[in-house]
Ligand binder design. Structure first.
Ligand SMILES: [Mn+2]
Length: 330
């Protein structure tokens, strides 16, 4: 679907909306949820935001952040909801435990920009050429009535866009991304304050963890791939929370000449989460797909069960094989 007609009709016709996004909430998920929440409020509707995970601290400055509910403290009866809206999820299972509620909601709208989106909604708006769901929500608002866009909504959408574009550094940025950002800025938002809130409020434990993680930095001989490892012990020693891992992989990506970076980390539930970043043409979404993961061509991830050392070896040897194969095909 490439227009918002059907979605608009559903928004106008119904009253009670439940909005969610993926586990391990990020700026695009939260910013898009809040922008949509405010728009629905302006349309005199009753929206509720409910996620599996708690709002990460760095987003607590966003207007309406106290409206972002967390599953553990809240229960919603699916019967009281007319429409469920799932944002920034390629696959409905990405919403985590809130699926228990969403599976019983009759109408689901799926709005996303992941190439691998499975069109799981009754209505699906998926455009992988767009930087962020935030940018799609902006277009949705434009299709309803652009006068609804105010400073609060613009702040949320700007946060969504800068976090999903690495502050306009990723390959998903187009001239349209800047046009949208410019329009949002014209509503009186202060981009530097949003950036300061998101990027310049590191905690002591977060920086300690970064130091620990960087001490594990490894590269292959040609410096093409770099990787970091974070164990539970490192998290405990630094007294850091899991959400403080966010952004650490990006530091590994800054290494000169490195094209692909990887972060291996032990999760709370004894799994190994692997995140991938690519600076160039190597499609990490495709690669993560080989391990039942996914994401975007330049940022993706997967989850594996097993021993950290063995998984590292498995992933790295597969990756080097693929790089070699691609190299010989050129
Ligand atoms: Mn996104």
């Amino acid at each position: 679907m490439k227009n918002f007609n059907e979605i608009n009709k559903l928004l106008q016709k119904n009253n009670n909306f439940l909005i969610t996004s993926h586990v391990n909430l990020d700026g695009d998920g939260i910013g898009s949820e809040l922008a949509l929440y405010f728009i629905l409020k302006k349309l005199k509707k009753k929206p509720i935001i409910l996620n599996q995970d708690r709002l990460p601290k760095i987003y607590d400055f966003l207007p309406g952040s106290n409206k972002v509910h967390y599953l553990k403290d809240n229960y919603i009866d699916a019967k009281s909801i007319d429409v469920g809206i799932v944002l920034d999820c390629s696959n409905v299972k990405r919403i985590g435990k809130t699926y228990e509620i969403f599976k019983d909601i009759k109408t689901i709208i799926n709005i996303d920009h992941h190439k691998s989106n499975e069109n799981f909604g009754g209505l699906n708006y998926v455009d992988s050429s767009i930087s962020s769901v935030g940018e799609i929500i902006y277009e949705l608002i434009k299709s309803i009535n652009i006068d609804l866009l105010d400073e609060k909504i613009s702040t949320c959408l700007f946060a969504a866009i800068i976090t999903d574009t690495g502050s306009f550094r990723y390959s998903n940025v187009s001239s349209k991304t800047f046009k949208v950002a410019s329009d949002l800025t014209s509503k009186g938002i202060k981009p530097y304050l949003i950036a300061n809130n998101i990027y310049n409020r590191n905690t002591y434990s977060g920086l300690k963890l970064l130091g620990e993680a960087l001490s594990t930095l490894e590269t292959d001989e040609s410096n093409y791939v770099s990787w970091l490892t974070i164990t539970r012990k490192m998290l405990n020693d630094a007294k850091a929370k899991d959400e403080e891992i966010e952004g650490i992989i990006d530091v590994a990506t800054t290494l000169n000449n490195v094209e692909i970076s990887i972060l291996f980390r032990e999760t709370k539930d004894d799994k190994i989460k692997i995140s991938f970043r690519s600076k160039g043409n190597f499609d990490v979404n495709k690669f993560a797909g080989k391990f039942k993961g996914g994401g975007h061509p330049n940022a993706a991830g997967c989850l594996c069960s097993g021993k950290l050392g063995e998984i590292k070896e498995k992933i790295l040897s597969k990756l080097f094989n693929d790089i070699k194969r691609l190299g010989s095909e050129k």
